[in-house]
Design a binder for this molecule. Structure first.
Ligand code: M6R
Length: 618
């Protein structure tokens, strides 16, 4: 949560630092959009700040009305409020004397620190935890006359999670950053350097990046990047090249990032499958650096994740259990972390995360490793924390996902989890090579089929627009269709602010059917009639049961499934595919539906209220 950008460039003051900061904030706004602000430092000791509650556009308006002086250094922040509401005063940067600070995270001991500062007569201008850091840094700088040393000192006193960036009026060529359990990456330029919560902050300027480790301080000047520990010892970052460019983080003619990302899905699945087999067609997952003997001995898999990523895990459970004959539990990361889960050296914990920064998932990863389990991360974002803290990583190649609602990452996560399942089945001898190849071929056919679903989505959009005033929508599914139903409901909640719930269709008669009244819209995800017949016919019976009670049934079924027609008010057909792979198709109309309905309501589908893309606090 919160987006952070930092820039140092030429020694001659110019507009560039502000331009880089604003552009970076525009690309990071998906991380939080309650307020935004910048601080600029110029030669001669000028420190100027502008900040405004609301979206970045408000800050830009303010800067147009009251321009800041040209500068050599800039920091910028887009906020997702934790301490103190979204007001101008609580917006970052926070200033104390000649220091300006921006912060992502929560300083858990800020009350204690604030009380001590108040007792010393310090006056506070905001309700934030961050302002404490500004005052502490100003004092530490006065004592040390060095911003890096001051940052190291202050970082050692803070508890909680933080990425901090600071500038000082007397250091017009320096930005200092620190990170503890919160993301920060360095962008390496030519005569200029950058800092960002993620590479999107500087992707249009450089693809050369430096990943920082935990509890490190980084000092950037136009020509140098120095990394140290909080104790002041020299440290090193890990250099890498970002494998996507600025164009991938633009809307590309679509009206929203979400719409674009829905349409990116065939590519996201294709790219995630790319390069995973050797010349003999055997599945090789190079990034899995866990000893094969350990993977063979695994007797339980636990998937930990949150939100959409957890639903991807639930889909994967059906496939991995079926292919590998290993029990798979799927648990919300925050629930896993704070109970006493039974995991040991024979447990493989799979952490699924688009951002790689979700704090709940990161905490669960650490907990699992402490218990002796091996952790394998399925993550989309290179340079993020979860892969670095895991034993192995399997990257999804969905490209940058900017819209807060996850779409293409979901499909890529399912695809990667399937690859993992097939790899384990191959390794453990549960499947012969030709069986694995057959399923891989089916997977390789999915991008084309997803494209067909998108090409047919016109009717879904029409229905969504008609339903713009709907108050409540239910989603039913069975087997792999159950997590798809829950994902459909989540999309509608978060984008359209409509009450929506996903149920296991078999659960209907155990309670939820009481919700059905005349006109109640219910989406039903129907399994293939070519699969286990009992499954299909049971869901068709469910449709009849709710229809008999007046529900308006909107059915997702496979091409050729005529059995659903008599009981469906609407049918969206998707191409035929094996049951286990069907979620990759069935979820697409539900994503399109939520996106279109929210758009019809005039809502901002990329930045829904109260949410942020990356949940970096617990
Ligand atoms: O970055 P992660 O995949 O770890 O994020 C997990 C959830 O916060 C995320 O999927 C969230 O539920 C999305 N907004 C859903 O669209």
């Amino acid at each position: 949560m919160c987006g952070i950008v930092g820039y140092v460039g030429s020694a001659t003051a110019s507009e560039r630092p502000l331009e880089v900061a604003i552009e970076g904030l525009r690309r990071l706004e998906y991380r939080g959009y309650d307020s935004a602000g910048v601080a600029l430092v110029g030669p001669g000791g000028s420190l100027e700040v502008a900040k405004k509650a609301g979206k970045l556009a408000n800050l830009v308006e303010e800067l147009d009305a009251r321009p800041l002086a040209a500068a050599t250094v800039a920091i910028g922040h887009t906020r997702w409020a934790t301490h103190g509401g979204p007001t101008d005063a609580n917006a970052h940067p926070h200033v104390s004397g000649k220091v300006a600070v921006i912060h992502n995270g929560i300083v858990e001991n800020f009350h204690v620190l604030k009380d001590a500062l108040l007792a010393d007569g310090v006056e506070f201008r905001s309700e934030t935890d961050t302002e404490v850091v500004a005052h502490l840094l100003a004092r530490a700088y006065d004592a040390t006359k060095d911003l890096t040393t001051a940052m190291q000192q202050v970082a050692r006193t803070l508890h909680g999670t933080f990425t901090l960036l600071a500038v000082h009026a007397d250091a017009p060529d320096t930005v200092v950053g620190a990170r503890h359990d919160s993301p920060l990456v360095v962008g390496l330029g030519d005569g200029e350097n950058f800092l960002g919560s993620d590479v999107a902050a500087f992707i249009s300027h450089t693809r050369d990046a430096l990943e920082l480790g935990q509890d490190q301080v980084v000092t950037i000047t136009p020509t140098a990047v120095e990394v140290t520990t909080f104790a002041g010892e020299a440290a090193e970052g890990r250099h890498y090249t970002v494998d996507w460019d600025a164009a991938a983080a633009e809307k590309g003619g679509f009206r929203s990032f979400m719409d674009k990302e829905i349409h990116d899905q065939p590519q996201a699945v294709a790219d995630t499958l790319l390069g995973r087999t050797d010349t003999r067609g055997r599945l090789v997952l190079d990034e899995i650096r866990i000893d094969e003997s350990v993977l063979r001995a695994v007797d339980k898999i636990v998937v930990i994740a949150c939100g959409t990523a957890a639903y991807a895990g639930q889909v994967a459970k059906y496939a991995i259990e079926h292919w590998c004959r290993v029990p798979v539990e799927v648990e919300l990361a925050h629930e896993f972390r704070y109970r006493d889960p039974v995991v040991d050296e024979r447990t493989l914990v799979v952490a699924v995360s688009q951002s790689g920064e979700t704090m709940d998932t990161l905490m669960a990863v650490r907990h699992a490793r402490e218990q002796g389990a091996k952790v394998l991360a399925i993550v989309n974002t290179h340079g993020s924390t979860i892969p670095r803290e895991s034993d192995a990583v399997l990257y999804t190649h969905a490209g940058p996902e900017i819209a807060v609602a996850s779409t293409k990452a979901f499909l890529a996560q399912i695809t990667a989890a399937y690859l993992l399942g097939l790899y384990l089945a191959q390794l453990r001898g549960n499947k012969y090579a030709d069986e694995v190849t057959e399923i891989l071929d089916e997977l390789r056919a999915m991008p084309e089929k997803i494209q067909q679903v998108l090409d047919r989505a016109g009717r879904v959009r029409e229905i969504a627009r008609w339903m713009a005033d709907t108050q409540s929508v239910l989603f039913l599914g069975r087997h792999v269709g159950y997590p798809v139903a829950m994902e459909g409901a989540l999309k509608l909640k978060e984008l359209a602010y409509i009450h929506a719930e996903g149920f296991a269709a078999g659960e209907l008669k155990h309670g939820p059917i009481a919700l059905i009244e005349p006109g109640q819209p219910v989406f039903v995800v129907v399994p293939s009639p070519r699969g286990r017949d009992s499954l299909h016919s049971k869901v068709v019976s469910n449709i009849q049961e709710i229809r008999a009670r007046g529900a308006r049934t909107i059915v997702i079924a496979e091409d050729g499934d005529e059995a659903v027609r008599p009981f469906a008010d609407e049918v969206f057909y998707v191409p035929q595919t094996p049951t286990l792979l069907a979620p990759l198709l069935a979820v697409v109309p539900l994503q399109v539906f939520a996106c279109e309905l929210a758009t019809a309501k005039g809502l901002d589908v990329d930045q829904p209220r109260n949410l942020a893309k990356s949940v970096t606090v617990e």
